[in-house]
Design a protein. Sequence first.
Length: 506
Amino acid sequence: MTAISSYARALAVATGTAAPTATVRHAHLSARPFVLVPLTLAGEANAPLAAMVGTAWDEATLLVVAQPRNRDLRFAFADQLAQIMLPHVLGFAAATEELTSGPRSLDAPQLIVPNPAGVEFVRLFARSTRFRSTEGEYAVAPNVPVLGRWLTFFAERAEIPGSSLMLAVTDLLGLHWATGQSALEDANLAALLGWIDPPPGLRGAAAARLAEDPRHCPPAGPTTDPGFDTEQLAPAIAAYDTAVAAAAADPAAGSAGVARAVTRLENLLRTQLQPTWDLVWRALDLLDGLPPGASVPARWETDRARYTGFHTYMVEEGLPQARRDGAVTAARRLNRIEQAQAAYDADRAFDDPLVMAQHRVTGEAFSGTVVAVERDRRIPNGRGKGRLVTRPLLTVRTEDPIRLTVGAKVVASSRRRQECVIEAIDIPPEGGGLLITLEARSGMGRSAVPAPGTVAEVGESLCYSAVLADGVRSAPMPDTADTPWTHGGPPEPYEPTEKDTAEAWE
């Protein structure tokens, strides 16, 4: 927690409503997001109980597993979800644009879940379905393993900072507003929205307390309230089991009882899912009211490229993703995540003055006024033969405390293409702040004289930051075939086996 976020939380407590911590939206929002609100059965590892899905607030579809411990019903649920979700996901591949690197979809699907636990549900549910066989004794519908592979793709993209292909609403709201409650309490979507958008006549704390009452607002899933489980859900599932047993003894008379039991469960679970469904769409409307950050479209282009690449892979090969990464693959994945995090941190800071303020407080950025410019300075390029390069010097006076040292690379938020290096940090004789001398090393064109406007002028106000996208370096990774023995040696070529389908809840 930074000083800025701490102040924002204190301000939220004082005012009774959440304080904004961003001036722009730092994620892409699709015009047609696919919203998934899941529920799981308590005491079972990721056994689906129900889900509400759809691409519009008023077009929700309820899917229910009447007996989550029944394997056939679980995979029938997966097939139903696939029949709804796959046409939506695959439909974005039809319209593409041609680039030098190949085709790229003009748009991509976006999967929205209420909270990080929803992301974990998708990851585990994907693993339990992507290896399933469509033939043999325990065959599942052909759509089921395809759905699992696509859900795995979304879950893996959710790990990448800055990706918008799969988003948890509570994380997204917490990125843009600070509440007067703890981070753990912010995981409750209803309580979080109680602070951000409280009902008329209520302050944030009162609205959050009301939202935390499961009788007023059920949990946002995928877990259910224990009181609901004991008092309502367990008797309803028991009634279904009794109806199924009666139908087995007398199919003609018992089928109506099964239908009534299923309807009872659907009505019961709808009461648990509908409030969260409404909260998700309400949150998306609030987020849509923020203008997107300048870097958001570029990151969405990357997401579109990843979607197109995976769609091509599914068409050409379609094998399920491995259950576990090998040593080299895992190291590469970690490095990608670290690089994406560095780039995302830099993008957010340069897009948003409130985010940049957090770096100014920690001394990783500073704002000041240019007081001197040596525009036409030229120095040897270090390669001999008397060649010179243009390296202007700028002196910036700042009142900000900094923790940067000579040699640090910085970039101005209004001049992102111009990299500068700190040459000196001095205290002016008259006191009052610091004088920071910067050497500009790029962004001036190729001529000996810098192009007009490429070098700052005296009196210009600039904000420089050392939070840059290239802040993470990685040692070269060996080829997978050269994995050292200390890390298990070269892995065997991956081929799906029956063991891959084994899950704790079976």
